[in-house]
Design a protein around this ligand. Sequence first.
Ligand SMILES: C[S@@+](CC[C@H](N)C(=O)[O-])C[C@H]1O[C@@H](n2cnc3c(N)ncnc32)[C@H](O)[C@@H]1O
Length: 604
Amino acid sequence: MKIKDIPKIERPRERFLQKGSEALSKSDLLAIILGSGIKGKNVQKLAQQIIKQFSDKFLDVTVDDLKNISGIGEAKALQIAAAISLVKRFYEEGKGNEVVIKNSKDALSLVYDLRDKKKEHLICLYLNARNILIKKETISIGLLDKSLLHPREIFYPAVESNAASIILIHNHPSGDPTPSEKDIAVVEKIIRAGEIMGISVTDFLITAGSGNYSFYETLKDRGTDFEYVSDGSQGALFDLLETKKADYGVDAERIQETYFYIPPMKKNHLQLQNRRYIGSKHKLIEWIFSIINKECRGGNSFADVFAGTGVVSAVAARHFDEIILNDFLYSNYAIYQAFFSKDVWDKKKIDDVIKNYNNINGEDLENNYFSEHFGGKYFSHNSSKIIGFVRENIEENKNNLTNKEYYILISSLLYSIDKIANTVGHYDAYFKKDHIEDGFFMRPIDPIEVKRVTIYKEDTNLLAKKIKADVVYIDPPYNSRQYSRFYHVLETLTKWDKPKLYGTALKPEEENMSDYCKVQAKDRLAELIRDLNAKYLVVSYNNTYDSKSNSSKNKITLEEIKNILTARGKTKIFEKDYRHFNAGNTDFKNHKEYLFVTTTNNAK
Ligand SMILES: C[S@@+](CC[C@H](N)C(=O)[O-])C[C@H]1O[C@@H](n2cnc3c(N)ncnc32)[C@H](O)[C@@H]1O
């Protein structure tokens, strides 16, 4: 058969143009280089014969070898040999070039032809701990469906090639890059698998005719080109995608938010909100206080009984004369003492001490408890030597410091190490890296003005029996993540009792394990609500409930919270869409934050 007798679409050139090089066999590609056949043998047959004859020695073939094939003259032999040499040359030169994937643009440049493909493709980029590309694989071709896609297909090559993280890229032939429900289901499944495997899923990109979409950039609330490796932390979708799909709901109101003045940051100082903390309400503060101001009239005192970062109390301090803060973590207690306590302190003294700490060179220091355990893991060796040294020095000088000064130094250290930790923001794991940047620099924290304050470090349910406030704000954990385990490095650094540490994550023995992260969460909340002495009870919760997962039993449903609160008085429910996500017409619209406000019948 002559080439012109083959239907056009099946000819190698046509196929290359329509479907790209991946749709062609080796002999098809060679046929295109040869251009034409010889008498009695069409170009495809001739190409097949050459490929077969040299098989895996093809890249070493010489002009003379080729000329020995009947029908191949010097011109054709030269054409083939030159093409081989050209590819070899580029390949050799490129071998030493590491492809670093810093942002979505870098990732998309590796699949520039994907957006024009007529079928859906899922491509995976496998990266090492320095975000250097190890390999690129096509995982599936055809409609993307969670039920058809098994995480094994993605993670097997990752394990095999020792990848630290992956980036998935998918095309939408429709031209619209907005993620579909199926995309989101796939992303959720893969990031959950990635978390279990310890392989970070850095991004899921969608490319289409009218543009590109990055889950990472959208969730991070940043513009395009936002770097995957930034301020010392590598991006991982799991931590950004804290909220999951809700499959139930309650009737809730929406409210017009009022703007609250948040003081501008003092140069070189760290403010209460400048730390990474799961469940921090910093970004919801205006919504929360728009509701409290409207619903909780005539209050004078405010208790923040699961205070976490304390950002809610910081704003409450501007509306209430008396503030009560509580959290059972040592590090949070230290932070409240530093930011809120009314104790005296000398700013110049603190600034001078911190200045001296910043002049220390890690290389001049001996190893210490902190560096022996955490050096090269959560922090670089030099940084961890300085951190351990500074913490020891604060303890040694405790007698020369007021209570507030002591805690200001500890908190300044806690806040400063958060900026350089080799983690996604908590200490459940660290990135495996050959090299961690040094970069330790201590900045002082910027304390807050409060009229009257009491600070506790107690189990909230025990505290509830002793305190009284007009408004009690209740923001318990929502899922099985134990705060004392996620922030154990901060706990160890604050307590400084140098405990024995266990496992890869170097955690101490369990302490302060919250019942709110366990099956008994609902019963504990019921007890707490029953015991609290307040005019108004304000409860925060979000819809991370997912009945399909095993951990669902650990969480409280909105309906249950409503029933528990209604037993104490008239309860209103407010909702707000989860502000981090605006993926258009998708399930993510269902992610909501809830605020329950109960006006109690029987303030004691
Ligand atoms: C969702 S976070 C609070 C976040 C806080 N509203 C903020 O804006 O940063 C829950 C907090 O409750 C604390 N916690 C959990 N169980 C507790 C308990 N039984 N007693 C006291 N504190 C607890 C955790 O340490 C964590 O800081």
